[in-house]
Design a protein around this ligand. Structure first.
Ligand SMILES: Cc1ncc(COP(=O)(O)O)c(C=O)c1O
Length: 385
C-alpha cells in the first residue's frame, strides 16, 4: 500500500484529535487521579425525560422523523428561545445530533475552500477543526484578559481579511465568560455595517448566572446574518443522548437542511421526545443544577484565589480558566506535572488554541467532595513548584 499520508485527505491531515480528549485518555493511566477534565454535568438526566423516552420506545416512536425534527419539539424550542428574547419559528429550527452536528452542518453550508472564518481564541476546539476540514481558512481573533471581545482588533480583521463568517461563543467553553449588553450592542453595530455572517454557539445558554441573557440573535434587524447553535447536552445533562439544534432564517435553513439530510436524515426519534418533555416539564431541574454550579464555582474560585491563582470569575457554563503564567510552565507541562505529582487532571489551555496558552481549564461539573480534594491537592502541588 502507498504511504497513508498520500491517501488521507489534506484537510483531515491538517487537524488533530481534540486536546481535551487526548488529556482525558492520559488520565485513565492514573486510577487515583481526580479528573476535572470533562464537560459532562454529574447529574442524572431528569426522571421525566427518561420516562418520556421509555414511553416513546414503548409506543414505537422509533421511525425516522421529518428531517427537521418533530414539530412539537421545534415549537417548544421556539417558545423557550422567546424567554431569552430570541425569535425563531418552528420552520427556522432544525433538530440535530448534538450541537456538534449543527456546527458542522452550518460550516458545510457556508464554507467554500479558502473562505476565511473568524474564530475566537481561546475557544471550543471544534470551530477551527470543522473549518479546516472543509478547506476554509481560520483567522483567529484574540480575546482580552477578561475573555471579552477585543473590538479594535476584531474590526481591523473584518476590514483587512474580509472574512465570510465569524464565530461567537458565549457563554464560553473554556472561560465561562458571557456576553455583556454593551458588547452585544457593539457587535450589533459591527455586523450591521459589514458583510459577515455570525455563527453564535449558545450551547450553554441555560447555564447563565446573571439575570439577563444577551445574544446577538436578539436583534431582529440582522437576523439574515445570524445562525444559532443550541442544544440539550448540558442543559439536561444528556451529553450521550446526542441532541441539539440549529436556528436560522429559512433562506439559510434550506441549505443547512441539505447537509443535515444527507448526513444523518434526522436526530434520534426517542431522544427528540425526551428533549420535548424536558423543555415542557424539567426547567426546575435545570434551575437546581444551575444553583449547584454557582455554589461550586464560588467554592472553587475562593480556593484557587487563596492558593495564589489569578482567575476571572465565570458567569456561565461550568468551567474556570485560571492563569498559570506566574508558574513559568507551558500549560501542557503544568497539567502533566499536576497529574503525575498531585493526581489532579485539568485540561491544558493550549487545547483551546494559541490564546489558551498560559491557562488551564478546570471543569466544576464534579461533586463538591471531588472539588475539595482536588483543591487540597492543587494547593500542595503549587507550594512545591
Ligand atoms: C461550546 C460548545 N459547543 C458545542 C458543543 C457540542 O455539544 P454537543 O454535545 O451538543 O454536541 C460543546 C460540547 O462540549 C461545547 O462546549
Amino acid at each position: 500500500m502507498k504511504n497513508i499520508n498520500s491517501i488521507i485527505s489534506r484537510n483531515v491531515q491538517s487537524i488533530e484529535i481534540s486536546g481535551i480528549r487526548k488529556f482525558f485518555n492520559k488520565v485513565a493511566k492514573y486510577p487515583d487521579a481526580i479528573s476535572l477534565t470533562l464537560g459532562q454535568p454529574d447529574f442524572n438526566v431528569p426522571e421525566k425525560i427518561k420516562e418520556a423516552m421509555i414511553n416513546a420506545i414503548n409506543e414505537n416512536k422509533t421511525t425516522y422523523t421529518s428531517n427537521a425534527g418533530i414539530i412539537e419539539l421545534r415549537k417548544e424550542i421556539s417558545s423557550y428561545l422567546k424567554t431569552q428574547h430570541i425569535n425563531y419559528n418552528e420552520n427556522e429550527i432544525c433538530i440535530t445530533i448534538g450541537g456538534s452536528e449543527g456546527l458542522m452542518d452550518i460550516f458545510a453550508a457556508l464554507i467554500d475552500p479558502s473562505d476565511k472564518v473568524l474564530v475566537p481564541t481561546p475557544a471550543y476546539p471544534a470551530y477551527e477543526s470543522c473549518v479546516k476540514l472543509l478547506g476554509g481558512n481560520v483567522v483567529n481573533y484574540n480575546l482580552k484578559e477578561d475573555f471579552s471581545i477585543g473590538f479594535e482588533e476584531l474590526e481591523k480583521l473584518i476590514v483587512q481579511e474580509k472574512p465570510k463568517v465569524m464565530v461567537l461563543s458565549y457563554p464560553s467553553n473554556p472561560t465561562g465568560a458571557i456576553l455583556s449588553k454593551e458588547d452585544n450592542d457593539k457587535l450589533h453595530k459591527i455586523i450591521s455595517e459589514n458583510e459577515i455572517i455570525v455563527v453564535s454557539d449558545e450551547m450553554y445558554s441555560a447555564l447563565y448566572f446573571e439575570k439577563e441573557y444577551y445574544s446577538i440573535a436578539q436583534f431582529d434587524d440582522i437576523k439574515d446574518k445570524v445562525i444559532v447553535v443550541g442544544g440539550f447536552s448540558k442543559m439536561f445533562s444528556m451529553t450521550g443522548l446526542r441532541i441539539g439544534y440549529v436556528c436560522a432564517t429559512e433562506e439559510f435553513m434550506n441549505s443547512i437542511m441539505k447537509v443535515h439530510q444527507y448526513n444523518v436524515s434526522c436526530a434520534p426519534s426517542i431522544v427528540q421526545y425526551g428533549a420535548y418533555e424536558g423543555l415542557k416539564n424539567c426547567m426546575e431541574d435545570v434551575e437546581c443544577m444551575k444553583k449547584e454550579f454557582i455554589k461550586r464555582r464560588d467554592y472553587l474560585y475562593d480556593r484557587l484565589i487563596k492558593i495564589g491563582f489569578e482567575s476571572n470569575i465565570p458567569m456561565g457554563a461550568f468551567y474556570m480558566f485560571p492563569s498559570i503564567k506566574k508558574f513559568n510552565l507551558k500549560s501542557e507541562d503544568f497539567c502533566e506535572r499536576l497529574l503525575k505529582e498531585a493526581g489532579v487532571a485539568a485540561v491544558p489551555g493550549l487545547a483551546f488554541g494559541v490564546g489558551g496558552e498560559g491557562y488551564v481549564r478546570i471543569s466544576y461539573a464534579y461533586s463538591m467532595e471531588q472539588l475539595k480534594e482536588a483543591c487540597d491537592r492543587i494547593e500542595n502541588f503549587v507550594k512545591n513548584l
